[in-house]
Design a protein around this ligand. Sequence first.
Ligand SMILES: Nc1ncnc2c1ncn2[C@@H]1O[C@H](COP(=O)(O)OP(=O)(O)O)[C@@H](O)[C@H]1O
Ligand SMILES: [Mg+2]
Length: 227
Amino acid sequence: MKLIYTGKTKDVYALEDGNYLLQFKDDVTGENGVFDPGANTVGLTMEGAGKAGLRLTKFFFEKLAVAGIPTHYIDADIEKATMTVKPATVFGQGLEVICRYRAVGSFLRRYGMYAEEAQPLDAFVEVTIKDDARQDPPISEDALDMLGILTLGEYKELKELTQKIAAIVKDELAKKEIELYDIKFEFGRLADKQIVLIDEISGGNMRAYKKGEYIEPLKLEQLMLED
Ligand SMILES: Nc1ncnc2c1ncn2[C@@H]1O[C@H](COP(=O)(O)OP(=O)(O)O)[C@@H](O)[C@H]1O
Ligand SMILES: [Mg+2]
């Protein structure tokens, strides 16, 4: 097993059989000890965050498989906090695709002149470039095409997949009377060129609220996975 990437919240290993192993860590993104799913720095370490994030990720990836949505998921070992996945190549040096149902986070920071906090957004999709040094800047469909990161056709495919997947997550949260405000995904291409969802779907990738009150990732994972 060979370490190929050390991320903020996970380490990535190449397995002998060609698959990848994602090791979930107890580090979460944020700043100065405060969790923020939009941050691109590790803000704090929370005991059990890795396992909890993996449990929720496993839950959602298994729901997606049932819905026939292609992902990189193979299986997960909760005790070891590891997930086995199919290797993918990312678009450019990596993109994040965000789906928004209410205006919070960076959307509100950018468009506060026109948007009110928590105003409804109709599964609004936007893409950011994974570029920590430049604070993950948003990028338009035309810029993605012009810079050769995504074709217009691929953009359309990613947008549709994003809205489908976000709707599934939103419905699962709604079953527990939790409202999804926004969520962030990563996509890649498998060896056969198919575009699939990669990475994770955990509390660290979304903002969820119950009765108008924000729910922290560990609490979300607990609420979602208790019977
Ligand atoms: N199936 C996959 N194939 C290749 N890379 C993947 C796959 N799934 C996730 N990744 C990448 O592995 C890394 C996971 O570690 P993470 O700590 O989330 O990194 P980051 O700090 O880049 O967010 C991410 O860069 C993500 O793009
Ligand atoms: Mg990440």
